[in-house]
Ligand binder design. Sequence first.
Ligand code: ZN
Length: 307
Amino acid sequence: MSHQRTLQTVATCEGIGLHTGQSVRLCLRPAPANSGVVFKRVDLPAAPTIEAKPANIVDVHHATTIGKGGVKVRTIEHLMAAFAGMGLDNVLVELHGEEVPVMDGSAAPFVEIIQKAGLRRQMVPRTYLKVKERLVVEAERRSIQIVPSERLQVIYTMRFDHPLLGEQSVAFDISRDTFIREIAGCRTFGFLKDVEELRRRNLALGGSFDNAVVIGDGGVVNGDLRFRDELVRHKVLDLLGDLYLLGKPVLGTVIAHSAGHLLHTRLVQEIQRHLDLQQVTPARKSVIERWARPLLQPERSLKVAPS
Ligand SMILES: [Zn+2]
């Protein structure tokens, strides 16, 4: 049987918000079994909390924002992906501002502080959401679907409107090792031509060459890619973060075509709406092994290998 996990100790980091441009401090604290991922706005009077769950999704344009009672937390997806990828079930996220810091644009800095803090096993079994029927969400020529399978797999294709990028496709069998090695380090990206429009709409105010892959007419303008197909891998990272709003690891094969936060979160809501079609199940042994091999060594370092 697999057990739920929380942090061994407190983990902290500090950075700026991608969209607000504001400096923010983040503190991850151990949390009781069955409490899930809960955000706490410690910069506000009474420090209101917002649970990371589908019902609290309030905005999905350019980032995933959750909120409750008029209080929001923006751009949670890369942090949520780190929780999903590392198998961290219960954590209290204290935030001294409205937006999760973007760090280097990937989930790697979050993975690093989680590894440093270490994971602790809790005496409550972990359960999984096993999709039992195909669910599809489509919008124009974009789509996402999930079909039953014994483990979480992702097949993601992006068709970019850029002559040098064209179509990129990846397929992953998601495990903690795959996540750390192949996905966590992949950064968010933006096109130079869109920057002005985004800023006009008060978005990407914190975006810079240090926290996003920036693409101009001639290709990437700020250094080398970490993977040849880093952009589509980052979409997988976003998807894993959005899926984790379901509060449990999902077992199923996700097939996405040019999707994004809107379709990811619509799929999440679709899965939530069809919960009777799924069973919440303690995983079979093979799946348990995949997700919960020996506990993390606190000092284990993060490797992001170039492809
Ligand atoms: Zn992203």
